[in-house]
Write a protein that binds this ligand. Structure first.
Ligand code: GDP
Ligand code: ZN
Length: 339
């Protein structure tokens, strides 16, 4: 997108819109406080945020009905997946007055590079890989690092198992991940082979599917949510820097059990925010060896006495994972240098 210079008149109009929005938000916040003070709101009850639209959220009450809620202004930003306490407004909607502690939090940087929460209480990140388009193993490693960073259980799911003849080496690759201790599954969204195991996998808690475009995420999700119309949670939001599209995550109940949290942003959820220091979390086997390097600040490249390289050379560590580690580290360094 090219950045146009705004005319004075346009700047004035944007400022006016922003001022009006701020005034409205302040008025709403004041109203909420006076409603709370006056005891005008209904009794407090539990709820679950299933979608998020700018300043309002869709809260699912314990009886399964949904209600549009504002939040008290003293609360931190809320996201889909949050467990909240809310009070009904007798006129319409409700007010979120408290939040429960989050088990996990998925964040990603916004257009200004600031880390923003995207969804909470995610129990597993299902990394979808496929023989076509052939998922680079390095990409799986990147997702593993990101999942470890956010302390969310990763699962590697090889889809299009009906097309494995297109990349037979992926079978071996999956075995290697299993040997490293990662949970892996194979499935074909097309033939439905293995789908039963996936249903069992997502039968409790909140799951997200991530992976590059074309690997079959939509197909798997469609198989899990036959009757749901997937609401595409894209809303446009005017910001001080002009207009851009933000995408919001939505929570879907899988018939039977378990929830899916999905959004275009989550699907391509990446690594940009991981510090080089925490890279090892996604490479536990390298981390082990690194503890035995001669130099504490060993970069595991050309240093003498590097236990990581020694382990790679003696066949104890997979060269592929070692090179993947170096290349991810390089790319993270590039990002941090650009900041
Ligand atoms: P997404 O971009 O990850 O959401 O991928 P899609 O679900 O849109 O799938 C991309 C293409 O792969 C579509 O043409 C699907 O029909 C096809 N596809 C998805 N799953 C399978 C599978 O298990 N086997 C085969 N052969 N094709 C699949
Ligand atoms: Zn070393």
């Amino acid at each position: 997108m090219s950045k146009r210079k705004l005319t004075r008149q346009q700047q004035h109009r944007i400022q006016k819109v922003q001022d009006e929005r701020l005034a409205r938000a302040q008025k709403k916040a004041d109203k909420i406080e006076s409603q709370l003070e006056g005891g005008e709101l209904g009794e407090a009850r539990r709820g679950l945020i299933i979608a998020h639209y700018g300043i309002t959220t869709e809260v699912e009450a314990e009886d399964g009905t949904t209600v549009r809620c504002h939040k008290r202004s003293n609360l931190p930003p809320l996201v889909t997946g949050d467990q909240v306490i809310w009070q009904p407004d007798p006129q319409e909607g409700g007010v979120i007055v408290a939040t429960e502690e989050r088990r996990t939090l998925l964040s990603r940087p916004d257009s200004r590079g600031q880390l923003r929460p995207v969804a909470s209480n995610i129990d597993r990140i299902i990394i979808v890989a496929a023989p076509t388009p052939r998922t680079p193993a390095n990409l799986i490693d990147r997702y593993l690092v990101a999942a470890a960073h956010d302390e969310i259980h990763p699962i590697i799911l090889l889809n299009k198992s009906d097309q494995l003849d297109q990349a037979p080496d992926m079978v071996r690759e999956m075995e290697e991940y299993r040997d490293l201790g990662y949970e892996t599954h194979a499935v074909s969204a097309q033939t439905e082979e293995g789908m039963q195991a996936i249903r069992a996998l997502v039968a409790d808690g909140n799951s997200v599917f991530v992976g590059q475009s074309g690997v079959g995420k939509s197909s798997i999700i469609a198989a899990l949510l036959p009757d749901e119309v997937i609401r595409v949670g894209a809303i446009s939001e005017a910001t001080g820097k002009g207009k851009h599209t933000t995408t919001t995550a939505a929570l879907y109940h899988i018939p039977g059990a378990g929830n899916l949290i999905d959004s275009p942003g989550i699907r391509e959820f990446g690594l940009w925010h991981v510090e080089t220091d925490s890279l090892f979390q996604g490479f536990p086997e390298l981390d082990d060896a690194a503890g035995r390097c001669k130099f504490r600040d060993c970069a595991h490249e050309t240093e003498p006495g590097c236990a990581v390289r020694a382990a790679v050379e003696s066949g104890k560590l997979l060269p592929r994972r070692y090179h993947s580690f170096l290349s991810i580290r390089d790319s993270l360094n590039e990002v941090s240098m650009r900041k």
